[in-house]
Write a protein that binds this ligand. Structure first.
Ligand code: UT7
Length: 352
């Protein structure tokens, strides 16, 4: 362990979306809804749904492979695999262990972070801290979901919102980059804003556990909506104070993609121009733990995520669990001033 905190670079990014697109028009045929309602209230036009043979680990593996290839590293050098997921292949082994094996991270530890839609940010923050303390040099962080498996397709209040997908980030110790501010919060008293029972739930007097329907996503939409805007706005503000930055310093805003109106409401409350907001919700819906890494990976590939940018991320989901991170994004891991001097032929640590 080192006494001084390490910096962290994002050495690789990847994402994977199942091929099958389910449009709003298709949902109009199964529940009493309309394309107009879904678009007006959520901004969602379509979502991706996994094949029967796909799982959180297979989607996550595809995203992780892309991130590892992007970073151009040997998977055996990864120290830790962390996975944010609400829809693991099983209760155990962890989805992280399954991905660790399939990707060939033969020397890595691994576990899942179960924090619903805050799963990726929780895993990302944990991975960052493992590198910052010097405990790990390379960490693979994955957000992956097959929410289609826990959707009640008869419930129009939820089935139009969610989709499947995965994103992955390869973190590495560096001289520059990493989190400047981090806020993670939880409030279990709001359990019934958004919940799904599980096999461990209490039994009734006859010994019966929860029904399959009770194990599907259940949500108080309007309560969740209000909590989402307030909590994410406050979390970003607090993370900005920690970072000694203002909203004007933020180059890119990557909020959890639950509903375009929540994203816009949060941006408005923060005074964040909409041009800085990354949105994928219209094409993928809400992918829970996977929304932020998918958005980051797409922004990177579209050239919107640039070296040295200050990126604000925030999320909220069942728990409630929420949080925000202000990230100094670096792929090369060298302070920009040093990098530009090197490019100009001035040795690092030289003049100035
Ligand atoms: O990732 C975790 C975080 N998730 C969220 O933050 C989701 C937060 N909540 C939301 O995004 C919104 O609350 C929803 C999109 C779920 C709902 O939008 P809303 O504007 O809050 O609508 P509402 O629940 O107040 O419902 C308005 C009306 C109701 O009808 P009545 O009672 O006014 O007759 C609903 O029954 O819209 C009805 N409705 C629908 N109509 C057509 C609800 N769902 C649908 C639907 N299609 N799919």
């Amino acid at each position: 362990m080192q006494s001084r905190l390490q910096n962290v670079r994002i050495a690789g990014l990847g994402h994977y979306l199942p091929e099958r697109i389910v449009t709003n028009a298709e949902l109009e045929r199964t529940v009493e809804t309309s394309d107009q309602w879904i678009q007006d209230r959520t901004g969602i036009k379509e979502r991706r749904i996994a094949r029967n043979d796909e799982t959180a680990s297979s989607l996550g593996l595809a995203a992780a492979k892309m991130a590892v290839e992007d970073a151009d590293i040997d998977p055996a050098t990864i120290d830790l695999v962390l996975v944010g997921t609400t829809t693991p292949d099983g209760l155990f082994p962890s989805t992280a262990s399954l991905i660790q094996d399939k990707i060939g991270a033969t020397h890595a530890g691994g576990w899942d972070c179960a924090a619903a839609c805050a799963g990726f940010l929780s895993a990302f923050a944990t991975g960052m801290q493992f590198i910052q303390t010097g405990a790990s040099k390379r960490v693979l962080v994955v957000g992956t979901e097959v929410l289609s498996r826990i959707i009640n397709w008869q419930d129009r209040g939820t089935c139009v919102l969610f989709g499947d997908g995965a994103g992955a980030v390869l973190l590495e110790a560096a001289e520059y980059g990493g989190p400047l501010g981090l806020v993670m919060r939880s409030d279990g008293s709001k359990k019934y804003h958004l919940w799904a029972e599980g096999i461990g739930a209490a039994r009734d007097e006859d010994g019966n556990g929860p029904t399959l329907e009770q194990c599907m996503i259940q949500m108080d939409g309007p309560a969740m909506f209000k909590s989402a805007v307030h909590a994410m706005t406050d979390a970003v503000r607090e993370a900005l104070v920690q970072s000694e930055l203002t909203v004007d310093d933020i180059d890119l805003f990557v909020p959890h993609q639950a509903n375009l109106r929540i994203m816009q409401g949060t941006a408005k409350a923060l005074g964040m121009p909409l041009e800085k907001v990354i949105a994928t919700v219209h094409k993928y819906g809400n992918n829970s733990s996977a929304t932020i890494p998918i958005a980051l990976s797409e922004a990177y590939r579209e050239g919107r995520l640039e070296e040295g940018m200050k990126v604000a991320m925030c999320t909220i989901g069942g728990g409630l669990a929420w949080g925000a991170m202000i990230l100094e994004y670096s792929r090369v891991g060298v302070r920009p001033a040093v990098a530009s001097k090197e490019a100009a032929g001035v040795p690092a640590g030289g003049a100035g």
